[in-house]
Design a binder for this molecule. Structure first.
Ligand code: HPA
Length: 278
């Protein structure tokens, strides 16, 4: 497989999905580690396993089901990715973000991205929801940007603006949805690293110094491709663990999955409230 994604590959995936659905989705959603159960709330759902879609990057991680769920949530037409693919699984940046290109081609002009993240901000605790207001593209800074390679002019310009990766109006709607549900939330900057190893204490202190509130291994590549495609983005981190800034505790994938159980009902309330406001 080539590193870069072509229009032909995108079209193959789009055609395979279009042949199985009779609605045009308006909001794309990507559900992070342990958060996939939110897709169970989708009504009139058409479910497509990822291995039935040409060119699709297949997820290998526990906690990621690997299918598309297309239907309605709060009467909004949604296309939900139940389980995403990560850079650390061995795919190129272009390949892991192919689903976002496909969402856009199918009609989505908005993207809701979620992830499980470690808390760097000392005020955050596992089970908190953090609305993402900006990001640190640490992987991109070291050269692995999903837009590397020939520019797909059909989607956007060679040098896309990134002054507002997370749409302020959508963020406001999400804040309102939390407030109306009487649900506390955090807000902050998400730093994206490649993984799969968790961070060392010195790396975490570095991230804290440069302004990160939460850290994870996803989301930012998808957001960059969504913005390049002209989509508006809402980003939500489910805080699954406290980052280990002094090396006194360990972080495990099991802990991240366990936190998902507490986070899914909260995330469902937030996303339902948000969609109801669109
Ligand atoms: N670090 C990186 N990624 C993560 C973490 C973490 O602490 N928790 C969940 N995803």
């Amino acid at each position: 497989m080539e590193d870069f994604i072509t229009m032909k590959e995108i079209k193959q995936a789009v055609d395979a999905i279009r042949a199985r659905i009779d609605i045009e989705p308006e909001v794309g959603m990507i559900l992070g580690t342990g958060l996939g159960d939110l897709a169970d709330s989708v009504e009139d759902a058409v479910i497509i396993p990822n291995d039935q879609i040409p060119q699709w990057p297949l997820s290998t991680v526990q906690g990621h089901k690997g299918r598309l769920v297309i239907g309605r949530l709060e009467n909004v037409r949604v296309l939900v990715l139940q389980g995403r693919t990560h850079f650390y699984e061995g795919y190129s940046m272009g390949r892991i973000t192919l689903p976002v290109r496909v969402m856009k081609q199918l009609g989505c002009d908005k993207l809701v991205v979620t992830n499980a993240a470690g808390a760097i901000n000392p005020d955050f605790v596992p089970g908190d929801l953090m609305l993402i207001n900006d990001h640190l593209n640490i992987i991109g800074m070291s050269g692995a940007n999903p837009l590397k390679g020939p520019n797909l002019e059909e989607f956007g310009p060679r040098f896309p603006d990134m002054s507002q990766p997370y749409d302020r109006e959508l963020l406001k709607l999400a804040q309102e949805a939390c407030n109306e549900a009487g649900m506390a939330f955090q807000e902050g900057v998400y730093a994206s690293l490649a993984g799969p190893s968790f961070e060392s204490p010195a790396e975490l202190r570095f991230l804290q110094t440069v302004g990160a509130d939460a850290v994870g291994m996803s989301t930012v590549p998808e957001v960059i491709v969504a913005k390049h495609s002209g989509m508006r983005v809402l980003g939500i981190s489910g805080i699954s663990n406290k980052a280990n800034l002094d090396g006194s505790t360990i972080t495990t994938h099991e802990e991240v999955l366990e936190a998902g159980k507490v986070l899914v009902p909260k995330l469902t309330t937030l996303i339902r409230g948000f969609l109801g406001k669109l």
